[in-house]
Write a protein that binds this ligand. Structure first.
Ligand code: B12
Length: 214
């Protein structure tokens, strides 16, 4: 395969600058020149977002810059969606995704959603800041076999435990496989709260999720 690294750097830089319109063109250009959607996501978009995250941590950029980068990320992800999805495949089943209560971060959740859809699974997206009651109702009513909970804050990851407990209290724990993720979440935390699985990124999340339908 030829070297697309120039495109990946360009995409990463456009993301860091929050150039929402230009990044869609750059993503399309990379796809047209044969780069895979997974590489564009990892080497361009996520690596750019990680740089923004590092600068945010160091106090070199602030919330407005991060929001502008996040908007560019959402535009670029939407442009990648057709390439990630498998056209014309009958859904094998349904999954629920959401970001837990108190947490507004949705970029990772949206990527997990897209990658899962790309595996031919229908996704019910409950959005961000999602209370346990809404999740319990969705598990009861939707027939989804897998529940994916995203949390980006050390404080809100505790809400993942609350969801597991709320499902137990509603006698619905056995109805779904619970997957947890987000930057602060770990395998041992997943085990501690009684979730079924943890994975560190959207691609592996989609693999594990798909396996639950076999
Ligand atoms: C973008 C961002 C924001 C944006 C969010 C915009 C949006 N629409 O999402 C805004 C500006 C709103 C924001 C606000 C805040 N943020 Co913020 N934010 C970030 C930042 C820079 C990037 C997060 C991101 O999108 N990463 C890229 C995605 C692709 O990665 P990801 O979410 O981790 O997802 C991947 C995996 O984790 C996994 N995954 C995700 N979900 C799931 C689910 C399942 C089931 C599975 C299996 C896998 C999985 O797959 C994804 C793709 O590979 C991070 C820093 C960082 N580097 O993480 C800080 C960060 C998360 N934020 C932080 C903070 C402190 C805040 C605020 C409290 C700031 C403030 N003082 O107001 C608020 C909180 C708002 C709230 N209530 O939620 C801290 C959290 C510290 C902590 N440990 O708790 C971080 C780490 C920055 C820092 N270093 O200080 N933030």
């Amino acid at each position: 395969m030829s070297d697309f690294s120039g495109n990946f750097n360009e995409i990463s830089e456009l993301l860091q600058k929050g150039k929402a319109k230009d990044i869609v063109g750059a993503v399309q250009k990379a796809l047209d020149s044969g780069a895979s959607a997974a590489d564009i996501l990892e080497k361009g978009l996520i690596s750019g977002m990680n740089i923004v995250g590092g600068k945010f941590r160091e106090g070199q950029v602030f919330v407005p810059e991060v929001l502008i980068a996040a908007r560019a990320m959402n535009h670029a992800s939407a442009a990648l969606k057709p390439a990630l999805a498998q056209a014309g495949v009958q859904p094998v089943g349904k999954a629920i995704v959401c970001t837990v209560k108190g947490d507004l971060h949705d970029i990772g959740k949206n990527l997990v959603k897209m990658m899962i859809e790309g595996k031919g699974i229908e996704v019910l997206d409950l959005g961000v800041d999602c209370p346990e009651t809404k999740i319990v109702d969705a598990v009861r009513d939707s027939g989804a076999k897998v529940l994916c909970l995203s949390a980006l804050l050390t404080t809100t990851m505790m809400a993942q435990r609350d969801v597991v407990d709320a499902l137990k209290a509603a006698n619905l724990r056995d109805k779904v496989k619970i997957m947890v993720g987000g930057a602060p979440v770990t395998q041992s935390f997943a085990e501690e709260i009684g979730a079924d699985s943890y994975t560190p990124d959207a691609a592996s999340a989609a693999e594990v999720c798909r396996a639950y339908y076999n």
